[in-house]
Design a protein around this ligand. Structure first.
Ligand SMILES: NC(=O)c1ccc[n+]([C@@H]2O[C@H](COP(=O)([O-])OP(=O)(O)OC[C@H]3O[C@@H](n4cnc5c(N)ncnc54)[C@H](OP(=O)(O)O)[C@@H]3O)[C@@H](O)[C@H]2O)c1
Length: 336
């Protein structure tokens, strides 16, 4: 009998019943019309060894033989309450498929902020002809600092280098060649050769003080929650821009508001937030030098997303059945 995998994941739920993709070696059971927070049916609970979803169910404990959870996202902070590492459940994520869309968002935001495109569009809406120098900023020759050098960071580095930018990197374990993670051929920086300069965690002030743009490309974990406070933001040169497509709480909210209000930061582009949806009365909406996007930088609604996700899942299913190491493993310590 094949191992049973329950799924609420998009590549399966978007297909009409009976036409879901086959996955070699696994019996897939698609849970349709199950919303986030609903318990999963427990028929055959003892046979379930794998699950593919974004949000595990509240009755996860009923699936005592669950050994592998594949999630549809790259971020995994929503898994912390499930204490999966303690339960010896291996967790793999979908990193890799977000690299290109988010790197493109990063580049779009850097150019938009540098040229103050927001003000140009407001002028267009108001039929104002204004040729001020603030609209002529270039990114060529500027320094982008990428904090966290995984898939998104590496593809951002590749595009930034193509635009003539300098790339500085701060990461946890150095800039090594990338193995064990999904990467689209021809993208990123697989051997870690692109950065002009690499900084260790202990060199964060030196790293920050040389940047025109700070780009966050690291996960939200216990170690990174609130990692960037007022001291870190003030270590950036006056007028620097901050981009956060990673997770809102990496930056302390009040520190961001203070350094935007007093003009220390030149502006920010934020795709990830402190509340979902961001309340209409939140002060971030009103800064003229802030671009807010509603967590869309990863373009999860494109057809390429679903195909990429299915590919990761199929590769991992083969490895799971063969007892081989899985791709995109989340270090158990990061799940605590
Ligand atoms: N907005 C969206 O729609 C969206 C979509 C996808 C991802 N994201 C966010 O972006 C994050 C990065 O995604 P990714 O695909 O690039 O992940 P990734 O490939 O796993 O890369 C993460 C990088 O962060 C580094 N890191 C982890 N903890 C760190 C720490 N404490 N200090 C410094 N660096 C640290 C890792 O270092 P090691 O090499 O040492 O592990 C790794 O280089 C995700 O975790 C997620 O939160 C957002």
């Amino acid at each position: 009998m094949k191992p049973l995998c329950l799924t609420t994941a998009l590549p399966f739920t978007e297909c009409p019943p009976g036409s879901e993709p086959e996955v070699a070696g696994l019996e897939m059971r698609v849970l349709r019309n199950v919303k986030q927070g609903d318990p999963w049916p427990v028929d055959d609970a003892g046979r379930v060894t794998a699950a593919f979803c974004t949000h595990p169910p509240p009755n996860l404990a009923a699936f005592k033989n669950l050994r592998w959870l594949q999630i549809e996202s790259a971020g995994f902070s929503h898994l912390f309450p499930f204490r999966l590492a303690e339960k010896n459940i291996i967790v793999t994520n979908a990193r890799g498929i977000f690299d290109c869309p988010i790197a493109e968002w990063n580049i779009a935001m850097m150019i938009n902020l540098a040229r103050d495109l927001r003000t140009l569009i407001r002028h267009q809406d108001a039929h104002v002809w204004q040729r001020s120098a603030q609209f002529t900023g270039e990114v060529r020759g500027k320094t982008a600092g990428i904090w966290g050098y995984g898939g998104i960071g590496r593809e951002t580095a590749r595009l930034a280098k193509a635009l003539g930018m300098r790339v500085h990197v701060l990461s946890r374990s150095g800039v090594k060649s990338r193995a064990g993670s999904t990467c689209i051929a021809g993208t990123g920086d697989p051997d870690g050769s692109l950065p002009d300069r690499y900084f260790t965690q202990g060199e964060k002030v030196e790293f920050l003080s040389g940047l025109d743009f700070l780009v966050l490309a690291l996960p939200l974990t216990k170690a990174t929650d609130g990692l960037i406070g007022e001291a870190e933001l003030r270590s950036l040169p006056k007028g620097a821009f901050v981009l956060n497509p990673a997770r809102g709480p990496l930056i302390q909210e009040q520190a961001l508001l203070t350094t935007l209000s007093d003009g220390h930061l030149g502006g920010a582009a934020l795709d990830t937030h402190y509340a979902y949806p961001l309340p209409a009365e939140h002060p971030l909406w009103d800064f003229s030098h802030v671009i807010l996007t509603p967590h869309i930088s990863g373009t999860t609604f494109s057809p390429r997303f679903s195909a990429g996700l299915l590919d990761i899942f199929r590769q991992n299913a083969l490895r799971f059945i063969a007892g081989e190491p899985l791709l995109n493993l989340i270090p158990p310590a990061d799940l605590e």
